[in-house]
Design a protein around this ligand. Structure first.
Ligand code: HEM
Length: 523
């Protein structure tokens, strides 16, 4: 009897919530499917159970409901590209959504640069790291990327000669881990030297993210999750082991550098650890003072982990996609190799500034970023106290609003009737016509792989350097017919899913390169 009464009360309570969310909520005027507007479960289903499929469902929702769609009780997704700069602006008007980003701090147990909510705090934190990842710094440390590319090329050639096949999926990700760990903290993880290309770490960062949608839907679990000892997590979910191992390496490096600084040992070169432990004075009045407090070891550790994780899969995946697409399109391969041979009769002369001048290579890289953005899905922000209006739909303060690179990059009004096609020519204006220039400008506005505004990608200049070097070097050395995509690998295996970072489905086959009939002509 008591049980029936309690059940009836629960059902009544749930019904009241549903009615309120649908008809009396400040977002009840926003179009969207019934179930999505009254509960977070549809998003949880597509993200948590179907593993990162939301970005493929959103286009159909916008098709049906228009450019502003309610995708959760308090979340709205936008599809009109002209709104992008308003949401992801310079000046921190729309702050990050704590429920979405909070779980990313979970295993580290401290805010990371990606997740800091306070504008002021983020601005200061970013100011420590910005100079280190600026274009100037990248040009100064170009040799790091050049050396690692040389090693990747050597491994590619030797694998093809000895085995006829190359595990490009893991090797390219190992390359980007080696670049970022050498570049950022002068302690290269040398994944390219490991027999399995460090695949355990690469898989672990994907597996750890499988928890995000659950923790995002039930944020009260985040602090509880933090209380579970690491060894219990590892026992229940073994992939955590490699993740924890990577944290141990970073923690040890922080301790080592702290000790060196306290002993007055001069480093061979400054690293992000030195920037964060012993920051140079800052010449910017907005910070109110010319000196900044050194960060705690925990925050330094967290940022180093963030930088490594953010720089690994994103760049590796985009470079891999670029190489796959060129190999799958013989005309593109021919044109790209021709451009590179002309520019670098001697391949030893390759350098970033010259690579960046090549229009067709630039087009190849932009297409790789467009079809394989590192963070393809929705990046939620919170509407500020002034409220906001998008496409004539007013949203009250506190509404979570998001847009997705995936939708922007497939907008047929901008990229033409077949936006799924890999076509570097979209970005090339050989005729110098004004009309073409305007079209390319509109495309540039819509290419948001690195985000925009104050929370855009910290590592964009390093990532672009890696993309220019890998794709430029591989196709300078391997003309058409010398290498191919493994016959058992197909475009379907490159389908993107997203759990913040973009991934290929876990069961997808991994991208492999095989030798072609003309491998012998490779220099
Ligand atoms: C093709 C490669 C890459 C892509 C497409 C990419 C994309 C992005 C995007 C879209 C964001 C904004 C995330 C948000 O709004 O929540 C971001 C942030 C960030 N990225 Fe990248 N990224 C790439 C490579 C890298 C690399 C190599 C690094 C290494 C330094 C890096 C470090 C970061 C960091 C630290 C943030 C947080 C910035 C902040 O909140 O201030 N990324 N990235």
């Amino acid at each position: 009897m008591l049980f029936t009464g309690a059940t009836a009360l629960l059902i009544l309570f749930a019904l009241l919530i549903v009615i309120r969310r649908r008809y009396f909520h400040p977002l009840s005027h926003v179009p969207g499917p019934f179930l999505w507007s009254v509960s977070s479960f549809p998003v949880l289903y597509h993200q948590g159970i179907e593993e990162g499929q939301l970005m493929h469902i959103l286009p159909a929702l916008h098709e049906q409901y228009g450019p502003v769609v309610r995708i959760g009780p308090n979340e709205v997704h936008l599809s009109n590209p002209s709104n992008y700069d308003k949401v992801y602006s310079v000046g921190y008007k729309f702050s990050k959504d704590p429920d979405f980003y909070g779980p990313m701090e979970g295993p580290l147990k401290t805010p990371i640069i990606l997740t800091i909510l306070s504008a002021k705090e983020h601005q200061i934190r970013r100011s420590y790291l910005n100079p280190f990842f600026s274009r100037r710094s990248v040009l100064d440390m170009e040799h790091v990327v050049r050396d690692k590319t040389g090693k990747l090329l050597h491994l590619l050639k030797s694998s093809l000669v000895s085995a006829g096949v190359f595990d490009a999926h893991h090797a390219i990700r190992a390359f980007s881990v080696d670049v970022i760990t050498e570049y950022a903290y002068a302690r290269c993880w040398n994944q390219m030297d490991q027999g399995d290309w460090g695949a355990g770490y690469q898989l672990a960062i994907q597996d750890v993210q499988l928890f995000f949608p659950w923790l995002q839907t039930f944020p009260f679990l985040v602090p509880l999750f933090g209380l579970i000892p690491d060894w219990v997590n590892t026992m229940v979910f073994p992939p955590f082991k490699k993740w924890y191992d990577s944290l141990t390496i970073v923690r040890a490096a922080v301790t080592e550098v702290r000790k060196e600084i306290s002993l007055g040992i001069k480093p061979a070169r400054r690293t992000i650890f030195h920037e964060l432990m012993d920051p140079a004075p800052l010449d910017a009045p907005e910070f109110g003072s010319k000196t900044r407090e050194p960060l705690s070891d925990l925050s330094i550790f967290a940022d180093a982990v963030n930088v490594t994780g953010a720089g690994a899969e994103t760049t590796g995946s985009t470079a891999g996609r670029g190489i796959f697409e060129v190999l799958s399109n013989p005309e593109v391969h021919l044109k790209l190799s021709g451009e590179l041979v002309n520019a670098f009769p001697n391949p030893e002369d390759i350098d970033l500034l010259s690579l960046e001048k090549l229009p067709y290579l630039r087009g190849v890289i932009k297409e790789a970023l467009r079809l394989n953005p590192g963070l393809p899905g929705h990046l939620p922000r919170v509407v500020p106290s002034s409220g906001a209006t998008f496409d004539d739909v007013a949203l009250p303060p506190g509404t979570v609003v998001s847009m997705s690179a995936w939708l922007m990059h497939h907008d047929a009004a901008i990229f033409g009737p077949d936006p799924t096609t890999f076509d570097p020519e979209r970005w090339v204006n050989e005729s110098n016509m004004k009309e073409v220039e305007d079209r390319i400008w509109a495309q540039e506005k819509c290419l948001v792989a690195f985000g925009r505004g104050s929370r855009n990608c910290l590592g964009q200049a390093v990532a672009m350097c890696e993309l220019f070097y890998t794709i430029g070097t591989v196709f300078r050395h391997f003309p058409p017919g010398s290498i191919d995509v493994h016959p058992e690998f197909s475009r379907e295996d490159l389908q993107l899913t997203e759990l913040l970072l973009g991934y290929h489905p876990r069961k997808a086959r991994k991208f492999k390169i095989v030798s072609g009939r003309n491998l012998a002509v490779v220099n």
